[in-house]
Design a protein around this ligand. Structure first.
Ligand SMILES: [Zn+2]
Length: 147
């Protein structure tokens, strides 16, 4: 019998070999890049946004298994959501999908890099389309306080 940890490990390896939503969107509405120099993870997220909904999302770059798996899960969660709902995505929404809630601090940046990039892309987009600067500051804090 395999334990939960084994099952999650398998899921992570599987996602890292066959990432979901991996690639580029040529005519994206917003794109953002960030990296985690501690591990060498480096990813870009492209999004297509229509009527305040994420109609398409893809990521590209390279990363360790945890980074690739979390990017896959995150883009799956995000696709089709309204921008308000994307804003509400929290780290545990991604971590719990992969059984990573208790990840050591040193790997947490691998797991949450994609969420940071997503939130940064979101505020980049909203910054161009919204004029409430207080709201913008809140968004930036949200992105900065992830880890
Ligand atoms: Zn990593």
């Amino acid at each position: 019998m395999s334990s939960n940890a084994d099952i999650y490990h398998e899921i992570i390896v599987d996602y890292s070999r066959n990432p979901i939503n991996f690639g580029k969107i040529e005519n994206h509405d917003v794109t953002f890049h960030d990296s985690n120099p501690l591990c060498g993870d480096s990813i870009d997220i492209d999004m297509k946004i229509d009527e305040n909904k994420v109609t398409d999302i893809k990521f590209h770059g390279r990363g360790c298994a945890i980074c690739m798996a979390c990017s896959s899960v995150l883009t799956e969660i995000t696709k089709g959501k309204s921008l308000d709902d994307v804003r509400k995505i929290e780290k545990n929404d991604v971590l719990s999908e992969l059984g990573l809630e208790h990840l050591q601090a040193v790997r947490i940046k691998c797991a949450l890099l994609s969420l940071k990039v997503l939130k940064s892309a979101l505020y980049t987009y909203l910054g161009k389309h919204m004029d409430d600067s207080q709201d913008m500051d809140k968004l930036k804090d949200e992105a900065a306080s992830l880890y």
